[in-house]
Write a protein that binds this ligand. Structure first.
Ligand code: ATP
Length: 464
Protein backbone atom coordinates (compact mmCIF):
# COMPACT_ATOMS: atom_id res chain seq x y z
CA UNK A 1 0.00 0.00 0.00
CA UNK A 2 1.51 3.36 -0.97
CA UNK A 3 1.06 6.36 1.32
CA UNK A 4 -2.56 7.37 1.76
CA UNK A 5 -1.77 10.91 2.79
CA UNK A 6 0.95 13.38 1.84
CA UNK A 7 1.65 13.97 5.54
CA UNK A 8 3.11 10.45 5.82
CA UNK A 9 5.73 11.30 3.19
CA UNK A 10 6.37 14.79 4.55
CA UNK A 11 6.94 13.41 8.02
CA UNK A 12 9.30 10.68 6.81
CA UNK A 13 11.26 13.14 4.67
CA UNK A 14 11.75 15.56 7.56
CA UNK A 15 12.40 12.92 10.22
CA UNK A 16 15.05 11.07 8.27
CA UNK A 17 16.72 13.93 6.44
CA UNK A 18 15.45 13.62 2.88
CA UNK A 19 14.01 17.11 2.49
CA UNK A 20 14.12 20.36 4.50
CA UNK A 21 12.24 23.62 4.06
CA UNK A 22 14.70 26.08 2.56
CA UNK A 23 15.91 28.95 4.80
CA UNK A 24 14.05 27.31 7.69
CA UNK A 25 16.06 29.17 10.35
CA UNK A 26 14.61 32.43 8.97
CA UNK A 27 11.05 31.16 8.81
CA UNK A 28 11.44 29.34 5.52
CA UNK A 29 10.71 30.30 1.92
CA UNK A 30 7.51 28.87 0.51
CA UNK A 31 8.02 26.76 -2.58
CA UNK A 32 11.73 26.20 -1.95
CA UNK A 33 13.20 23.02 -0.51
CA UNK A 34 16.67 21.75 0.29
CA UNK A 35 17.58 18.12 -0.13
CA UNK A 36 19.31 16.55 2.84
CA UNK A 37 21.82 13.70 3.12
CA UNK A 38 19.39 11.04 1.90
CA UNK A 39 17.40 13.25 -0.46
CA UNK A 40 20.45 14.20 -2.46
CA UNK A 41 21.40 10.54 -2.90
CA UNK A 42 17.89 9.57 -4.04
CA UNK A 43 17.71 12.52 -6.40
CA UNK A 44 21.11 11.69 -7.87
CA UNK A 45 20.11 8.06 -8.36
CA UNK A 46 16.90 9.08 -10.15
CA UNK A 47 18.82 11.43 -12.42
CA UNK A 48 21.47 8.77 -13.11
CA UNK A 49 18.77 6.29 -14.08
CA UNK A 50 17.17 8.81 -16.46
CA UNK A 51 20.56 9.67 -17.99
CA UNK A 52 21.45 5.98 -18.43
CA UNK A 53 18.21 5.26 -20.20
CA UNK A 54 18.02 8.46 -22.28
CA UNK A 55 21.69 8.93 -23.21
CA UNK A 56 24.08 6.05 -22.44
CA UNK A 57 21.87 3.17 -23.48
CA UNK A 58 20.94 4.83 -26.78
CA UNK A 59 22.94 5.69 -29.86
CA UNK A 60 20.91 8.67 -30.98
CA UNK A 61 21.09 11.11 -28.04
CA UNK A 62 23.81 13.53 -26.90
CA UNK A 63 24.02 15.24 -23.50
CA UNK A 64 24.25 18.91 -22.55
CA UNK A 65 24.70 21.01 -19.42
CA UNK A 66 23.96 24.64 -20.22
CA UNK A 67 23.66 27.98 -18.41
CA UNK A 68 20.63 28.61 -16.23
CA UNK A 69 20.34 32.31 -17.06
CA UNK A 70 19.23 33.39 -20.52
CA UNK A 71 19.05 36.78 -22.27
CA UNK A 72 15.63 38.39 -22.62
CA UNK A 73 15.59 37.80 -26.38
CA UNK A 74 15.62 34.03 -25.87
CA UNK A 75 12.37 34.11 -24.01
CA UNK A 76 10.88 36.70 -26.32
CA UNK A 77 11.50 34.41 -29.27
CA UNK A 78 10.39 31.28 -27.39
CA UNK A 79 7.07 32.96 -26.60
CA UNK A 80 7.55 32.79 -22.83
CA UNK A 81 7.73 36.57 -22.33
CA UNK A 82 4.31 37.00 -23.91
CA UNK A 83 2.46 33.80 -23.08
CA UNK A 84 4.01 32.03 -20.08
CA UNK A 85 1.27 33.36 -17.85
CA UNK A 86 -1.12 32.00 -15.27
CA UNK A 87 -4.44 33.70 -14.47
CA UNK A 88 -4.07 35.52 -11.14
CA UNK A 89 -6.86 36.80 -8.96
CA UNK A 90 -6.75 38.56 -5.60
CA UNK A 91 -9.29 38.57 -2.81
CA UNK A 92 -10.32 42.14 -2.01
CA UNK A 93 -11.05 41.16 1.57
CA UNK A 94 -8.14 39.02 2.79
CA UNK A 95 -5.66 39.85 -0.03
CA UNK A 96 -5.01 36.17 -0.75
CA UNK A 97 -3.72 35.53 -4.26
CA UNK A 98 -4.94 32.55 -6.25
CA UNK A 99 -4.58 30.90 -9.65
CA UNK A 100 -8.11 30.86 -11.05
CA UNK A 101 -7.65 27.85 -13.35
CA UNK A 102 -6.76 25.69 -10.33
CA UNK A 103 -9.63 26.86 -8.08
CA UNK A 104 -12.58 24.57 -7.39
CA UNK A 105 -14.84 27.62 -7.66
CA UNK A 106 -13.13 30.64 -9.29
CA UNK A 107 -15.74 33.00 -7.84
CA UNK A 108 -15.02 32.18 -4.17
CA UNK A 109 -11.84 33.01 -2.21
CA UNK A 110 -10.09 29.78 -1.14
CA UNK A 111 -8.79 31.48 1.95
CA UNK A 112 -11.74 33.36 3.50
CA UNK A 113 -14.75 32.37 1.37
CA UNK A 114 -15.40 35.93 0.20
CA UNK A 115 -16.91 36.45 -3.24
CA UNK A 116 -15.15 39.76 -3.71
CA UNK A 117 -12.40 38.76 -6.10
CA UNK A 118 -10.50 40.94 -8.56
CA UNK A 119 -10.90 40.20 -12.25
CA UNK A 120 -8.19 37.68 -13.25
CA UNK A 121 -5.07 39.10 -14.89
CA UNK A 122 -2.19 37.39 -16.70
CA UNK A 123 0.74 36.83 -14.34
CA UNK A 124 4.06 36.02 -16.02
CA UNK A 125 5.84 33.21 -14.19
CA UNK A 126 9.42 33.96 -15.17
CA UNK A 127 11.96 35.31 -12.67
CA UNK A 128 13.38 38.48 -14.16
CA UNK A 129 16.87 39.66 -13.26
CA UNK A 130 19.50 42.21 -14.07
CA UNK A 131 22.59 40.64 -15.57
CA UNK A 132 25.89 42.46 -15.05
CA UNK A 133 26.61 45.88 -13.55
CA UNK A 134 24.59 48.03 -15.96
CA UNK A 135 20.95 48.65 -15.24
CA UNK A 136 19.24 49.16 -18.58
CA UNK A 137 17.02 47.17 -20.89
CA UNK A 138 20.01 45.39 -22.45
CA UNK A 139 20.90 43.84 -19.09
CA UNK A 140 17.52 42.17 -18.56
CA UNK A 141 17.83 38.41 -18.27
CA UNK A 142 15.70 35.57 -16.91
CA UNK A 143 16.20 32.42 -14.92
CA UNK A 144 15.14 29.76 -17.39
CA UNK A 145 11.59 28.45 -16.89
CA UNK A 146 12.55 25.23 -18.71
CA UNK A 147 15.91 23.77 -19.72
CA UNK A 148 14.67 23.37 -23.29
CA UNK A 149 15.53 26.81 -24.68
CA UNK A 150 19.24 26.35 -24.06
CA UNK A 151 19.06 23.03 -25.86
CA UNK A 152 17.54 24.78 -28.87
CA UNK A 153 20.17 27.53 -28.72
CA UNK A 154 22.87 24.82 -28.78
CA UNK A 155 21.24 22.81 -31.57
CA UNK A 156 23.77 23.84 -34.20
CA UNK A 157 26.77 23.50 -31.88
CA UNK A 158 25.84 19.89 -31.14
CA UNK A 159 24.92 19.14 -34.75
CA UNK A 160 28.22 20.49 -36.06
CA UNK A 161 30.43 18.85 -33.45
CA UNK A 162 28.84 15.40 -33.55
CA UNK A 163 27.83 15.07 -37.21
CA UNK A 164 24.32 14.14 -36.20
CA UNK A 165 21.32 14.24 -38.47
CA UNK A 166 17.67 13.86 -37.36
CA UNK A 167 16.36 11.69 -35.87
CA UNK A 168 18.58 12.46 -32.90
CA UNK A 169 18.16 14.08 -29.50
CA UNK A 170 19.84 16.35 -26.97
CA UNK A 171 19.23 15.58 -23.30
CA UNK A 172 19.71 17.83 -20.31
CA UNK A 173 19.06 17.66 -16.58
CA UNK A 174 19.06 20.94 -14.72
CA UNK A 175 17.34 23.57 -12.66
CA UNK A 176 14.32 25.52 -13.86
CA UNK A 177 12.51 28.38 -12.16
CA UNK A 178 8.86 29.38 -12.17
CA UNK A 179 7.29 32.01 -9.99
CA UNK A 180 4.21 29.88 -9.30
CA UNK A 181 1.26 31.85 -7.90
CA UNK A 182 0.74 29.18 -5.28
CA UNK A 183 3.37 26.61 -4.38
CA UNK A 184 1.64 23.60 -2.84
CA UNK A 185 1.57 19.86 -2.22
CA UNK A 186 5.06 19.64 -0.72
CA UNK A 187 7.67 19.28 -3.49
CA UNK A 188 5.02 18.78 -6.19
CA UNK A 189 4.68 22.46 -7.10
CA UNK A 190 7.71 24.52 -6.22
CA UNK A 191 9.41 27.62 -7.59
CA UNK A 192 12.85 26.11 -8.10
CA UNK A 193 13.00 22.58 -9.45
CA UNK A 194 14.95 20.30 -11.73
CA UNK A 195 13.85 19.03 -15.09
CA UNK A 196 14.99 15.99 -17.04
CA UNK A 197 14.38 16.99 -20.63
CA UNK A 198 15.00 15.47 -24.01
CA UNK A 199 14.56 17.43 -27.21
CA UNK A 200 14.34 14.83 -29.96
CA UNK A 201 14.70 16.30 -33.46
CA UNK A 202 12.90 14.57 -36.29
CA UNK A 203 12.10 15.04 -39.97
CA UNK A 204 8.76 16.90 -40.34
CA UNK A 205 6.07 14.39 -41.19
CA UNK A 206 7.67 11.73 -38.98
CA UNK A 207 6.81 13.68 -35.81
CA UNK A 208 3.58 11.87 -34.95
CA UNK A 209 5.22 8.46 -35.19
CA UNK A 210 8.05 9.58 -32.88
CA UNK A 211 5.59 11.16 -30.46
CA UNK A 212 3.88 7.78 -29.97
CA UNK A 213 7.30 6.11 -29.71
CA UNK A 214 8.41 8.39 -26.88
CA UNK A 215 5.17 7.95 -24.99
CA UNK A 216 5.82 4.20 -24.89
CA UNK A 217 9.53 4.60 -24.03
CA UNK A 218 8.77 6.90 -21.16
CA UNK A 219 6.10 4.62 -19.69
CA UNK A 220 8.67 1.81 -19.74
CA UNK A 221 11.12 3.97 -17.80
CA UNK A 222 8.53 4.87 -15.17
CA UNK A 223 7.82 1.18 -14.75
CA UNK A 224 11.56 0.46 -14.38
CA UNK A 225 11.86 2.86 -11.44
CA UNK A 226 8.86 1.39 -9.64
CA UNK A 227 5.96 3.52 -10.90
CA UNK A 228 3.54 1.13 -12.64
CA UNK A 229 1.50 2.05 -15.71
CA UNK A 230 -1.68 1.33 -13.81
CA UNK A 231 -0.91 4.41 -11.64
CA UNK A 232 -0.37 6.72 -14.60
CA UNK A 233 -3.25 8.29 -16.50
CA UNK A 234 -2.37 9.48 -20.01
CA UNK A 235 -4.03 12.81 -20.68
CA UNK A 236 -4.17 13.61 -24.40
CA UNK A 237 -4.32 17.34 -23.65
CA UNK A 238 -7.35 19.03 -25.25
CA UNK A 239 -6.46 21.51 -28.00
CA UNK A 240 -7.69 24.49 -25.97
CA UNK A 241 -5.30 23.66 -23.10
CA UNK A 242 -2.13 23.13 -25.16
CA UNK A 243 0.95 25.27 -24.51
CA UNK A 244 1.63 27.90 -27.16
CA UNK A 245 4.27 25.77 -28.91
CA UNK A 246 2.48 22.44 -28.92
CA UNK A 247 0.72 20.56 -31.70
CA UNK A 248 -0.19 17.72 -29.31
CA UNK A 249 0.86 16.84 -25.75
CA UNK A 250 0.49 13.70 -23.67
CA UNK A 251 0.55 14.51 -19.96
CA UNK A 252 1.43 11.58 -17.73
CA UNK A 253 -0.62 12.02 -14.57
CA UNK A 254 0.47 9.97 -11.58
CA UNK A 255 -1.92 9.10 -8.77
CA UNK A 256 -0.40 11.25 -5.98
CA UNK A 257 -1.90 11.32 -2.48
CA UNK A 258 -3.50 14.66 -3.46
CA UNK A 259 -4.99 13.19 -6.67
CA UNK A 260 -3.91 12.56 -10.28
CA UNK A 261 -1.46 15.25 -11.36
CA UNK A 262 1.21 15.78 -14.02
CA UNK A 263 4.55 14.08 -13.50
CA UNK A 264 5.76 14.38 -17.09
CA UNK A 265 4.69 16.10 -20.29
CA UNK A 266 5.50 14.66 -23.72
CA UNK A 267 4.95 17.40 -26.27
CA UNK A 268 5.18 17.69 -30.03
CA UNK A 269 6.74 21.18 -30.19
CA UNK A 270 6.88 21.15 -34.01
CA UNK A 271 9.43 23.54 -35.55
CA UNK A 272 8.18 26.38 -33.34
CA UNK A 273 11.31 26.94 -31.24
CA UNK A 274 14.08 26.24 -33.77
CA UNK A 275 12.11 28.30 -36.30
CA UNK A 276 11.75 31.29 -33.98
CA UNK A 277 15.38 31.20 -32.85
CA UNK A 278 16.40 31.28 -36.52
CA UNK A 279 14.65 34.56 -37.31
CA UNK A 280 17.01 37.35 -38.24
CA UNK A 281 16.60 41.14 -37.87
CA UNK A 282 14.80 41.67 -41.15
CA UNK A 283 12.41 38.78 -40.57
CA UNK A 284 11.50 40.44 -37.29
CA UNK A 285 11.32 43.91 -38.87
CA UNK A 286 14.05 45.22 -36.56
CA UNK A 287 17.09 47.28 -37.32
CA UNK A 288 20.34 46.16 -35.81
CA UNK A 289 21.22 49.67 -34.75
CA UNK A 290 18.13 50.26 -32.65
CA UNK A 291 17.80 46.70 -31.42
CA UNK A 292 21.22 45.08 -31.00
CA UNK A 293 21.18 41.38 -30.06
CA UNK A 294 17.45 41.08 -30.52
CA UNK A 295 17.58 38.42 -33.20
CA UNK A 296 19.77 35.43 -33.89
CA UNK A 297 22.10 35.28 -36.83
CA UNK A 298 22.07 31.51 -37.03
CA UNK A 299 19.79 29.25 -39.00
CA UNK A 300 18.94 26.30 -36.79
CA UNK A 301 18.42 23.86 -39.60
CA UNK A 302 19.45 20.34 -40.53
CA UNK A 303 20.28 19.04 -44.00
CA UNK A 304 18.79 16.22 -45.99
CA UNK A 305 21.17 13.77 -47.69
CA UNK A 306 20.68 15.86 -50.83
CA UNK A 307 21.88 18.96 -48.98
CA UNK A 308 18.51 20.68 -48.62
CA UNK A 309 18.07 22.71 -45.41
CA UNK A 310 14.96 22.27 -43.25
CA UNK A 311 13.86 23.07 -39.69
CA UNK A 312 13.37 19.79 -37.78
CA UNK A 313 10.31 19.09 -35.65
CA UNK A 314 10.87 18.37 -31.95
CA UNK A 315 9.39 15.76 -29.62
CA UNK A 316 9.98 16.66 -25.98
CA UNK A 317 9.60 14.30 -23.02
CA UNK A 318 10.02 16.55 -19.95
CA UNK A 319 9.84 15.27 -16.37
CA UNK A 320 10.42 17.04 -13.06
CA UNK A 321 12.91 15.43 -10.68
CA UNK A 322 10.96 16.49 -7.56
CA UNK A 323 7.64 15.19 -8.89
CA UNK A 324 9.42 11.97 -9.85
CA UNK A 325 10.95 11.65 -6.39
CA UNK A 326 7.54 12.13 -4.80
CA UNK A 327 5.97 9.46 -7.01
CA UNK A 328 8.83 7.02 -6.38
CA UNK A 329 8.69 7.55 -2.61
CA UNK A 330 4.91 7.26 -2.62
CA UNK A 331 5.01 3.93 -4.47
CA UNK A 332 7.77 2.62 -2.21
CA UNK A 333 6.10 3.66 1.04
CA UNK A 334 4.65 0.78 3.07
CA UNK A 335 3.43 0.39 6.61
CA UNK A 336 3.54 -3.24 7.66
CA UNK A 337 2.77 -5.17 10.81
CA UNK A 338 5.95 -6.14 12.56
CA UNK A 339 6.52 -9.79 13.53
CA UNK A 340 6.80 -10.33 17.30
CA UNK A 341 10.57 -10.87 17.26
CA UNK A 342 12.87 -9.54 14.61
CA UNK A 343 16.55 -8.74 14.86
CA UNK A 344 18.04 -8.62 18.29
CA UNK A 345 16.07 -5.94 20.02
CA UNK A 346 12.79 -5.03 18.37
CA UNK A 347 11.71 -1.47 18.98
CA UNK A 348 9.30 -1.95 21.88
CA UNK A 349 6.87 0.87 21.02
CA UNK A 350 6.16 0.06 17.41
CA UNK A 351 4.08 -2.81 16.18
CA UNK A 352 4.24 -1.68 12.61
CA UNK A 353 7.25 -0.81 10.57
CA UNK A 354 7.54 1.80 7.87
CA UNK A 355 9.52 0.47 4.97
CA UNK A 356 10.54 2.22 1.79
CA UNK A 357 10.65 -0.53 -0.81
CA UNK A 358 12.72 1.42 -3.30
CA UNK A 359 14.30 -0.34 -6.23
CA UNK A 360 17.83 -1.14 -4.96
CA UNK A 361 19.51 1.06 -7.60
CA UNK A 362 17.54 4.06 -6.31
CA UNK A 363 18.21 3.47 -2.61
CA UNK A 364 20.15 6.35 -0.99
CA UNK A 365 22.24 3.90 1.02
CA UNK A 366 23.21 0.63 -0.64
CA UNK A 367 24.19 -1.14 2.58
CA UNK A 368 24.54 -0.21 6.24
CA UNK A 369 27.36 -1.86 8.15
CA UNK A 370 26.33 -2.19 11.79
CA UNK A 371 28.76 -3.12 14.57
CA UNK A 372 26.85 -4.96 17.29
CA UNK A 373 28.57 -2.97 20.03
CA UNK A 374 30.15 0.44 19.67
CA UNK A 375 32.31 0.17 22.76
CA UNK A 376 34.31 -2.79 21.48
CA UNK A 377 37.31 -1.47 19.51
CA UNK A 378 37.87 -4.77 17.66
CA UNK A 379 34.25 -4.79 16.46
CA UNK A 380 34.40 -1.13 15.43
CA UNK A 381 37.66 -1.77 13.56
CA UNK A 382 36.23 -4.72 11.67
CA UNK A 383 33.03 -2.80 10.82
CA UNK A 384 35.05 0.23 9.65
CA UNK A 385 37.23 -1.97 7.49
CA UNK A 386 34.19 -3.77 6.05
CA UNK A 387 32.59 -0.45 5.17
CA UNK A 388 35.77 0.71 3.42
CA UNK A 389 36.03 -2.52 1.42
CA UNK A 390 32.40 -2.36 0.28
CA UNK A 391 32.62 1.35 -0.50
CA UNK A 392 35.38 0.66 -3.01
CA UNK A 393 33.01 -1.49 -5.09
CA UNK A 394 31.52 1.71 -6.51
CA UNK A 395 27.90 0.71 -5.90
CA UNK A 396 26.96 3.97 -4.15
CA UNK A 397 26.94 5.01 -0.53
CA UNK A 398 27.78 2.40 2.13
CA UNK A 399 27.11 3.68 5.64
CA UNK A 400 28.87 2.78 8.86
CA UNK A 401 25.85 2.81 11.19
CA UNK A 402 26.82 3.52 14.77
CA UNK A 403 23.63 4.96 16.25
CA UNK A 404 21.22 3.01 18.43
CA UNK A 405 20.96 -0.73 18.88
CA UNK A 406 20.65 -3.22 16.04
CA UNK A 407 16.84 -3.35 16.20
CA UNK A 408 16.61 0.43 15.95
CA UNK A 409 19.16 0.48 13.15
CA UNK A 410 17.07 -2.02 11.17
CA UNK A 411 13.92 0.12 11.68
CA UNK A 412 15.77 3.21 10.55
CA UNK A 413 17.17 1.56 7.45
CA UNK A 414 13.75 0.12 6.59
CA UNK A 415 12.37 3.64 6.66
CA UNK A 416 15.06 5.08 4.42
CA UNK A 417 14.98 2.14 2.02
CA UNK A 418 18.41 0.55 2.61
CA UNK A 419 18.11 -2.86 0.89
CA UNK A 420 20.81 -4.61 2.94
CA UNK A 421 22.20 -4.36 6.46
CA UNK A 422 25.48 -6.08 7.29
CA UNK A 423 25.84 -6.77 11.00
CA UNK A 424 29.28 -7.38 12.45
CA UNK A 425 29.14 -9.26 15.76
CA UNK A 426 31.38 -11.20 18.12
CA UNK A 427 31.17 -14.31 16.00
CA UNK A 428 32.57 -12.23 13.12
CA UNK A 429 35.76 -11.72 15.12
CA UNK A 430 36.10 -15.46 15.57
CA UNK A 431 35.11 -16.94 12.22
CA UNK A 432 35.02 -13.98 9.81
CA UNK A 433 31.30 -14.23 9.06
CA UNK A 434 28.63 -11.51 9.17
CA UNK A 435 24.84 -11.34 9.06
CA UNK A 436 23.12 -9.96 5.98
CA UNK A 437 19.62 -8.73 6.66
CA UNK A 438 17.19 -8.03 3.81
CA UNK A 439 14.92 -4.99 3.96
CA UNK A 440 11.83 -6.39 2.23
CA UNK A 441 11.71 -9.92 3.69
CA UNK A 442 13.56 -9.13 6.93
CA UNK A 443 15.32 -12.45 6.39
CA UNK A 444 18.84 -12.91 7.62
CA UNK A 445 21.67 -15.06 6.37
CA UNK A 446 25.21 -15.66 7.46
CA UNK A 447 28.01 -15.01 5.01
CA UNK A 448 31.81 -14.91 5.17
CA UNK A 449 33.48 -11.51 4.85
CA UNK A 450 35.48 -12.87 1.93
CA UNK A 451 32.25 -13.57 0.00
CA UNK A 452 30.62 -10.26 0.87
CA UNK A 453 31.90 -8.05 -2.01
CA UNK A 454 30.87 -10.53 -4.70
CA UNK A 455 27.52 -10.98 -2.94
CA UNK A 456 26.78 -7.25 -3.02
CA UNK A 457 27.93 -6.92 -6.61
CA UNK A 458 25.63 -9.77 -7.60
CA UNK A 459 22.74 -8.30 -5.64
CA UNK A 460 23.05 -4.92 -7.30
CA UNK A 461 23.60 -6.38 -10.74
CA UNK A 462 20.42 -8.42 -10.49
CA UNK A 463 18.45 -5.79 -8.60
CA UNK A 464 19.51 -3.08 -11.08
P1 ATP B 1 1.67 22.19 -14.36
O1 ATP B 1 0.50 22.16 -15.34
O2 ATP B 1 1.56 21.19 -13.27
O3 ATP B 1 2.01 23.57 -13.90
P2 ATP B 1 3.30 22.25 -16.69
O4 ATP B 1 2.43 21.59 -17.70
O5 ATP B 1 3.41 23.71 -16.70
O6 ATP B 1 2.94 21.71 -15.22
P3 ATP B 1 5.67 21.56 -18.10
O7 ATP B 1 5.88 22.94 -18.61
O8 ATP B 1 5.15 20.52 -19.07
O9 ATP B 1 4.76 21.60 -16.81
O10 ATP B 1 7.03 21.09 -17.44
C1 ATP B 1 7.54 19.76 -17.56
C2 ATP B 1 7.65 19.10 -16.22
O11 ATP B 1 8.36 19.92 -15.29
C3 ATP B 1 6.33 18.82 -15.53
O12 ATP B 1 5.74 17.62 -16.01
C4 ATP B 1 6.74 18.69 -14.09
O13 ATP B 1 7.21 17.38 -13.80
C5 ATP B 1 7.88 19.69 -13.96
N1 ATP B 1 7.39 20.93 -13.36
C6 ATP B 1 6.79 21.97 -13.97
N2 ATP B 1 6.47 22.94 -13.11
C7 ATP B 1 6.88 22.51 -11.90
C8 ATP B 1 6.84 23.07 -10.59
N3 ATP B 1 6.34 24.29 -10.35
N4 ATP B 1 7.35 22.35 -9.57
C9 ATP B 1 7.89 21.14 -9.78
N5 ATP B 1 7.95 20.56 -11.00
C10 ATP B 1 7.47 21.22 -12.05
Amino acid sequence: MPATDMSQLVSLCQRRGFIFQSAEIYGGMKGLYDFGPLGVELKNNIKASWWRSMVHERDDVEGLDSAIIGPAVTFKQSGHADTFNDPLTECKKCKARMRTDKMADPTVCESCGSKELMAPRAFNMMFKMQYGPTEDSSSVAYLRPETAQHIFMNFKNVLDTTNRRPPFGIAQIGKAYRNEIIARNFIFRVREFEQMELEFFVVPGEDEKWHEYWLEERLKWWESIGVPRSKIKINDVPKADLAHYSKRTFDLEYEYPHGHDEVEGIANRTDYDLGNHSKNQSELNLTAKVHPNTASNTKLTAQTLEGKHYVPFVIEPSAGVERCMLAVMNEAYHEEPLPAKEGQAPDAQSETRIVLKLKPFLAPIKAAVIPLARNKPELMALATQTKATLQKLGLGRILLETSGNVGKAYRKHDEVGTPLCVTVDFQSLEDGTVTIRHRDTMQQERLSLAELPAYLQGFYRVGG
